[in-house]
Design a protein around this ligand. Structure first.
Ligand code: PGA
Length: 241
């Protein structure tokens, strides 16, 4: 695998699903070897199960973390805990968290800093909504999110560009729209940090479009939601990478 492929299971799966999935994917990926460019992000309760059953072929990440390492924050999970469970990555600032949990750019940046201090690689999500896109503001919104969500020191993280109107809708951004936004994000990173970071695309990625999306300049991989829940489909996306 040359490109990065991340499975975001969101609030899906259970024990039986995870065990069955591991079995099926191992068969489909044979001969498999651990690939650090393949990362599964299950719900918190299944991290250990995936660590035990997916470790031979993939890395494991969380879908969120709190920005403090411990304390009186009922219901929260810290980056330190994810690291302790063997995670190497954590998705931060996903649009569903920005929307339903009111996460701001500032909170996302604090979370990213906490993740980095625990040795995790943050996967920082950015993306515009349909109103912004139609008003011609997509680029300025995304650059503002980058400016305010990224840790100020140059660090090891990934960016996931996920236009909100393409997430879970079956509407994928056009190759031109993806190319244009990824070029802008790349230029921003070079300008501010003087070095690139991996930039992934997410939003209705399937086995049918993954190959052409990953051939676009500055697309270093894909963040996959719905299609990552089907081992036979996901194996084809991994194959394209
Ligand atoms: P989707 O989700 O592939 O189901 O559109 C992507 C994501 O939200 O990360």
């Amino acid at each position: 695998m040359k490109k990065i492929v991340i499975a975001n299971w969101k609030m899906n799966a259970d024990t039986a699903f995870s065990l069955d999935y591991a079995q099926k994917l191992k068969t489909l990926l044979l001969p498999f070897a651990h690939d650090s460019n393949l990362i599964f992000c299950p719900p918190f309760p299944y991290i250990t199960l995936l660590k035990q059953n997916f470790n031979s072929f993939s890395s494991i990440g969380g879908q969120n973390c709190h920005h403090k390492s411990s304390g009186a924050f009922t219901g929260e999970v810290s980056a330190r805990m994810l690291q302790d469970l063997g995670c190497t990555h954590v998705i931060l600032g996903h649009s569903e968290r920005r929307q339903y949990n009111h996460e701001t750019n500032e909170i996302v940046r604090l979370k990213a800093e906490s993740a980095l201090s625990e040795g995790l690689i943050p996967i920082i999500c950015v993306g515009e909504n349909l109103t912004d896109r139609e008003a011609g503001n997509a680029k300025s919104i995304v650059l503002e999110q980058l400016q305010d969500s990224l840790p100020t020191n140059r660090a090891s993280y990934m960016i996931a560009y996920e236009p909100l109107w393409a997430i879970g809708t079956g509407v994928v951004a056009s190759l031109g729209e993806i190319a244009e936004m990824h070029a802008s994000i790349h230029a921003y990173l070079m300008d501010v940090f003087g070095a690139p970071s991996p930039i992934l695309y997410g939003g209705s990625v399937t086995e049918k479009n993954a190959d052409e999306i990953m051939k676009i300049d500055h697309v270093d991989g894909v963040l996959v939601g719905g299609a990552s829940l089907k081992p036979d489909i996901f194996a084809q996306i991994i194959g394209a990478a």
